[in-house]
Design a protein around this ligand. Structure first.
Ligand code: ADP
Ligand code: MG
Length: 297
């Protein structure tokens, strides 16, 4: 039995959108991730994935629910203790260019992460650590004095990964880390993340808006729709036996390389304007071992 690194229970994050209206961006989601595991979190743009990720890391204060990291309830931590905890929990963002300061060199960007947690050591040690990190993510250590614009999109994402790794985290939320990259580059970044996971024993929450790449990196996948998880299963099981209509819709949106199969594939058009899924009156039910589906109560 593997131990859970992180346990999320009944997590809610509502945004006040004016006139007394609350947007339920994350509406009561629960999941756990075992040490060394990758949980995929998929769903269309706007369904609440990034908000869920940010709330799990307490970059947003939750509206309700709990997050236990190695048994510690992180929402109960003082700001001081939370800062220390942040070292263990890092995030990689979708757009590596927007998240890297254009006026900073690579050394400054990665070094800053070290400085925040007083891990830089002497100037020489700091330089050595940055070079080691660049080497670890497949970049030339001699390029440490360059600026973000001097790198390609894939290379910039590698810088973002190096920055996240700088503080030796245990858990990384990868928020659509490949969505902005050319298809030809996506597999390289996914392979790098997998390789780093094996070498460093990392645990990932891997966020994506389609199921195609998630399959290759995730042990289990949670499907999110309108702030809720509607299905959660082992990757193989989810792809072989999707049960929720929304999951089937997402799967029907993955292009199949064989044109003959692609032409015959049925596409499901999703319409929830009539609240077909009846989510307010549904709950997750375990229909076979480890396979959870949202069903009417
Ligand atoms: N800071 C915010 N204030 C108000 N609404 C927000 C905020 N952040 C996100 N939202 C809304 O919450 C919903 C979920 O957004 P998000 O978590 O970014 O979705 P995803 O990452 O799945 O695309 C969207 O309707 C979005 O407009
Ligand atoms: Mg997002």
């Amino acid at each position: 039995m593997s131990e859970n690194l992180i346990e999320v229970k009944g997590l809610k994050k509502y945004f006040n959108v004016g006139s007394g209206n609350m947007l339920k961006a994350v509406n009561d989601i629960s999941f756990s991730i075992a040490k060394g595991e990758t949980l995929g979190l998929v769903g269309e743009s706007g369904c609440g994935k990034s908000t869920a990720g940010r709330t799990v890391l307490r970059l947003y204060e939750p509206t309700g629910g709990s997050v236990h990291f190695e048994g510690t309830d992180i929402y109960k931590l003082s700001p001081q203790k939370m800062k220390a905890m942040r070292r263990d929990m890092q995030m990689i963002f979708q757009d590596p260019y927007a998240s890297l300061n254009p006026r900073f060199t690579v050394t400054d960007i990665i070094g800053e992460a070290l400085d925040i947690h007083n891990m830089a050591g002497s100037k020489k040690e700091r330089k050595k650590r940055v070079e080691d990190l660049l080497d670890m993510v497949g970049l030339n250590p001699d390029h440490a004095t360059r600026y973000p614009h001097e790198f390609s999109g894939g290379q910039r994402q590698r810088i973002g990964i190096a920055r996240a790794l700088a503080v030796n985290p245990k858990f990384i939320i990868c928020d659509e880390p490949i969505s902005a990259l050319d298809v030809s580059i996506q597999a390289q970044v996914v392979n790098l993340l997998k390789d780093l996971q094996n070498r460093l024993g990392l645990t990932y929450l891997f966020i994506a808006h389609d199921l195609s790449m998630v399959k290759h990196i995730s042990d289990r996948v949670a499907v999110m729709y309108l702030g809720r998880i509607v299905e959660l299963a082992e990757s193989e099981e989810l792809y072989a036996n999707p049960l929720h209509p929304y999951t089937k819709t997402l799967l029907s949106a993955i292009p199949i390389p064989d044109p003959a199969i692609e032409a015959n594939k049925k596409r499901i058009v999703l319409d929830d304007t009539n609240n077909n899924f009846n989510l307010d009156n549904s709950e997750l039910v375990e229909v076979s071992k480890g396979h959870w589906v949202s069903m009417p109560k």
